[in-house]
Design a protein around this ligand. Sequence first.
Ligand code: BF8
Length: 656
Amino acid sequence: MAEEKEAKSIDQATVDMIEKATQDGVRIVFERAEAIKPCPIGAEGSCCSLCAMGPCRVPMPKGKEETPEEKKKRTGVCGATAETIAARYFTRKIAAGAAAHGDHGRRVVEAFLLAARGESADFQVKDEQKLLQLALDLGVEIGDRSNNEIAIDIGEKLMEEFGKQEGELLFLKRAPLKRQEIWRKQGVAPRGIDREVVEIMHRTHMGVDQDYQNLLRQGTRAALADGWGGSMIATELQDILFGTPAPVLSQINLGVLKEDEVNFIIHGHEPHLAEMLAVAAQDPEMIEYAKSKGAKGINLAGMCCTANEILMRHGVPIAGNFLQQELAIVTGAVEAMVVDVQCIMQGLTEVASCYHTKIITTDPRARIEGATHMEFDERNAMASAKAILRAVIDNYPNRGKNVRIPSHKTDLIAGFSHETINYLLGGLFRASYRPLNENIINGRIRGVAGVVGCNNVRVTHDDIHVTLVKELIKNDVLVLETGCAAMACAKAGLMVPEAAKEYAGEGLASVCEAVGIPPVLHLGACIDNSRILMAATAMVKDGGLGDDISDLPAAGAAPEWMSEKAISIGEYFVASGVYTVFGVNWPTIGSKEVTDYLFKDYEEKYGGMWAFEPDPLKMAQLMIAHIDKKRKALGIDKARERILYDMAMRRELEAV
Ligand code: BF8
């Protein structure tokens, strides 16, 4: 478990707004967290509440070695061992995470099909090149057919992935061949996305699967159905419908809110409505309407992963990450927060009731008591978005006097899809990952890290992300980020090209300067972790770094994780061959066997394994040690030693 934290946040805008909330007498997440301590038995995965004979608590004894006799007695009423209880707990988290991403993916396919069939005039194919590439990947006939005809076939094929009962998910074939063989050998190649989730719910029901290794195997299968299924489907089709991201300059933090404009924040995960709102907010008719209410204009800003989606594609500024959602309202300057699904705190409505802010729910799957519900109709997407926007504008005259917008905002460059990285590195006519691989082989770049995931109020907000990432880039590790992790580092100024000179090691900085990229690349929302899988696969396919993802000098981390989606993401990274470290706490500590299995035995099975380390500097050391281990196995460790020797020589020369 993470040590008692020293500060609530390293972000000054956050600190200022926590202070304002206290002055205003408003209860926010930071205060609630002080009142409710996490249950230590639940946190270690030692509480089973699956039947009404319990809940049964089987905590690991603290401060002394457990005898085999004591261990035998550590069971639930039904006899379930601590191993079964921890594995069921962990596997159910994967099911929930995979379900969230899968259901998001399904909604995207539905919108995609509506567009292709001409049933939603406001959604259309935007990226034709990606559509055709996907058609080739899926074996969909192109010929002289229209984009919409091709899109219908693609949409129907991908929709079948959710309910498929046999065979394997189609996107598994995108992985390196060796990886596919590992999945088949381990019996974890997923069939249908929904089937794998349902099977977890069955197998973790009272009295079904009671072999922890067998349970975890199914967890892996469902997690892969997330990464190489639901999430990848969502990313691919979102790119085709709304455009594949390309580098874009924007700003982040609560300072993006404006004193004299209608401020509205879109929060959640699915980009459909946000896309429409981004366009509607620029409509002269809507701007005129805002002016008629006394505002100078309309200011749209994002929160959490929906923010990442519209940032990547439109450059819409971000108001903040997960722990800042209530604080945006505390500014007193937000007319409405429009939400869809996932990571939306129920506390929002209580906070909003202290100001004039409206919370508007838009999705039938996610209503909140006390919020205004205005359902988004994808068939009439723009009209629906405008109706919501009008309601937001109508609230502007109700803004009170108690307004304080922090001045903090930071520039960032986002929009690094794996296709863009390809072009940036190799150029438009010879797009490839070759230059990245070469710079890894010659040692200028030591390795690549994916740093992803949430904020967690149990640790100092943003601190673990930023400390970890600074340490990685200082050691020449190129960092790819998504989700709230990306936002933390963007706020800290790590996502502009100048950050390379200031924070990165000499080797990484030289590459960033040559290409003109930041040392930390923003790849999008959590769902877009599938882009990291594709980038890793492209690196393998380009050659010189082994023949599987597990051969790459690469590692992953979710330093401030809190959501079940993070566990599913971690598991699919591990099962794709990536060493992955989580911070905060670890949900199977209650069983040494289960933890050892995930942390050690997995390496032999999958080439990747889990680790837990709450201290960000130690976390960085673990990741760098793993990267160096892989460099050694590839025989490229010497190149780096030479580079280091050169640098040392140069410094000596400079000192003379
Ligand atoms: O899906 S990073 S807190 S917003 S779960 Fe949520 Fe975590 Fe943020 Fe995005 Ni991902």
